[in-house]
Write a protein that binds this ligand. Sequence first.
Ligand SMILES: [Zn+2]
Length: 306
Amino acid sequence: MKKTIYYGIRNIRVEDVEDIAPRKGEVKVQIKYCGICGSDLHEYLHGPFPESPFGHEACGTIVALGPEVENFKLGDRVCTLVPGAYAETVNCPQDRLLKIPDDMDWKRATVLEPLSGAAYAIDRGHVRPEDTVFIAGAGTVGLMLLMGLKAMGVETVYMTDVLENRRKKAEELGATMTWNPAEIKSPGKIRELTKGRGVDVAIEAVGIESTLKDCLASVRYQGTVIVQGIFTERASVHMLGFVSRETTMIGTNSIKPDLAMQWLATGKIRPESIITDFIGLADIAEKGFEVLAGKSQTAIKIVVEP
Ligand SMILES: [Zn+2]
C-alpha cells in the first residue's frame, strides 16, 4: 500500500509500505479523500510537531474490521480522525471514527474536520449570534469560521487576507467586508466601522504576530480574542492595551463535530466550496505542498485523492 512518509522539511516521499491488518478495536479504511491542512503545511515547511497530525482530514470506506469492533461494519463511510491518511488505507481506532450521514457527499465529508475545528473555537469563545466579529486570515481556518458564524446567524463578519482570491472567496461566502491588511490598518478600519467601539470578538486564523496584534487592537472593552492560527515564531504583543481593555484571549486546537453537523443541517453553508484542487497521491509534494508553500493565488484547500 502506498503511503506518504515524512522525512523532514520539504522532504516527503510516497512509498510502498506493508499493509498491516487492523488490531483490536481498529478498522481499516480505504481513503477516498484527504485534505491538506494548514498544520501539515507548517510541518512540511518548518519541521514536525511533537504529536504530528500529518494527514488527518480524511474520509473513506471501511474495508476490514479488527477484533472487538462495535457499531461499524464493512462498507461504512467514515471520517478518520487520525494522522497518517495521505495513503491508500489507514487503520483507525473506532473511537476516532465519525460516521458520514448517507446524504453527505465525499467532498463535504472531507472538510468536516476543519469545520469541526471552527465549531470548537466558536463554542469555546462563547460567540453569540448578535456579536460583531473580525477574522484575521481567509484561508481554510478563517473561511470555516466564517461559515460557522453564518450558520449560527452572525450578521457582521469583517475579514482580512493578503491574498485577493481568498478575500473574494470570503465575500462570496458572506463576509460583510474584506481588505488587505498590508494596505489598510485593521484596527483603525474596525474602529471606523464600529463607531469607535471595536468588535465583540476577533479571531486570529493565520498564526503570525501582525494578525494577532490586529486582533488584540480591534476588540472592544472586555471583548474576546480567539487564537486558532498555528504559530511557529514567538509573538511580541503590547500588553497595556490587553490589560486596559480587559481582553479575554483563548487558544483553541480541538474539534466539535456535533456542532459542525448542526451547522450543516441548517442548509445555509457549503464548506466544500473552498476545495480548489484534487490531486493524486504521487503529486502530493509537487502539486500539493509546494503549491501551498508558494502562496498560490488560486489554491485554498487542496485535497489528495489516493
Ligand atoms: Zn486540519
